[in-house]
Design a protein around this ligand. Sequence first.
Ligand code: NDP
Ligand code: AKG
Length: 486
Amino acid sequence: MQPTTQTQNFLNFINGKWSQSDSSEVIESTNPANPAETVGYVQSSTKQDLEQAVESSKNAQKKWKKLSGAERGNLLFKAAEVLENNIEDIAETMTREMGKTLPEAKGETNRGVAILRYYAGEGMRSEGDVIPSTDSSALMFSKRVPLGVVGVITPWNFPVAIPLWKMAPALIYGNAVILKPASEAAVTAAKVIECFEKAGLPEGVVNFVTGKGSVIGQGLAEHKDVTAVTFTGSNATGNHIGQTVAARGGKYQLEMGGKNPLIVADDCDLDLAVDAAISGGLKSTGQKCTCSSRVIVQEGIYDQFKQKLLEKVNEITVGDGLKEQSWMGPCATKSQYENVQKYIEIGQKEGAKLIYGGSPVDNDTNGYYLEPTIFDQVETSMAIAQEEIFGPVLALMKVRTVEEAIELANDVEFGLSASIFSKNIDHILSFIDDIEAGLVRINSETAGVELQAPFGGMKASSSYSREQGEAAKEFFTTYKTVFLKG
Ligand SMILES: NC(=O)C1=CN([C@@H]2O[C@H](COP(=O)(O)OP(=O)(O)OC[C@H]3O[C@@H](n4cnc5c(N)ncnc54)[C@H](OP(=O)(O)O)[C@@H]3O)[C@@H](O)[C@H]2O)C=CC1
Ligand SMILES: O=C(O)CCC(=O)C(=O)O
């Protein structure tokens, strides 16, 4: 049944129109700080809805790709302006829908504006190369061309930035897109789509279909007319999508988990390292694929580091992300909340020593709040050292040397981000050389992605393709090699 209060009912956006799903069913999105509060309803769409979106995207893309890059860019500049004018509302919706604090939500929305502007500018940049031919009377050049229709499947942890860093490059290079956002953050995503509508993108160039991952996400992965699928989320879902798209000869890009190490060397600036462990590990309630979940500390500084870390973590205020005093909000969903608690239990059973937190935080609204949690004496064989927890949990590990630290850092299936705190250039250089990670950070936290640089991981963290910056061009375009003779 569709809800009666229209202000809370968010529709699909297909062929330039907001429309109800064929199913007449909706999915409720609630506030993790107060699960009794409904943030909105989105459509529980069907394969027929998706079919309409694909048809509309296919038609629209034929005209969209004929516009000049500058014309497409102007529309993205407009979308950026509309988003910028709606920052307050969109950021507040994000906080209410997935829990991150309002300053973080505003920061993310501002980042969305910058992403749109960056890719709008790409419309005026080179789209190929002249290549000398062996025939001196011929002109040979490569020309980048769009792929066609791109399916965008996104998670709930960055409901503005991730859809935009996938959609903006797809659009500027002449593709049409269909966004299927995570159900838990789909209201925020709907508000982003409203910005594209208000910017006046031609109908069908951006479509938005909400619904179950197993129906709409799976439908995008299977559809023969969806040339490429870009995904961020869990490894299980990502690998399944990759296999499905590959089986029909489509192109795919997967950004998945991380178990990111932060190495603290004896010679580091201790205060900076402590701040980085807290910010990188606990901001966004630890729900970033780039968050620092393993803190590997050299024995000479271990006790000092641990003591300072405990002092600083003790200052953290957990609470509703809309309240100014809250530094850390709730877990985004009930299943995240339960999953993190399950890992805290496993850690204790495995023999790690719980030295801080580990429990739910009492509150009047039944919000999914957990204490920031620190484990000591963590061994690399433990599940809490190997598996992505996606919650406010730090695992401390002691090593003798920096070489040992790097070896330990690499001893996981993931390879997204890694950082070292050290003033020793030899340590820094061997870290850059030997660490198995796509993002290598020195004297800086593991999280913190810059939109103009390639983003992605090694090993099980990614499908080896890269997003953002100019690297996005590789995924969202293909080449024509033109040989021209008079
Ligand atoms: N790398 C990252 O940034 C992220 C990692 N994660 C990891 O994943 C864990 C689980 O989170 P969860 O939200 O379930 O992540 P998922 O990977 O299941 O969800 C990500 C997206 O994929 C969609 N999806 C789900 N099933 C399918 C399918 N069969 N085919 C196509 N698309 C599908 C989801 O839709 P729907 O929401 O409707 O299910 C959502 O849009 C977290 O605990 C964390 O460890 C989660 C989010 C981000
Ligand atoms: O750290 C960031 O800013 C981005 C992290 C990210 O892409 C993710 O968590 O999915």
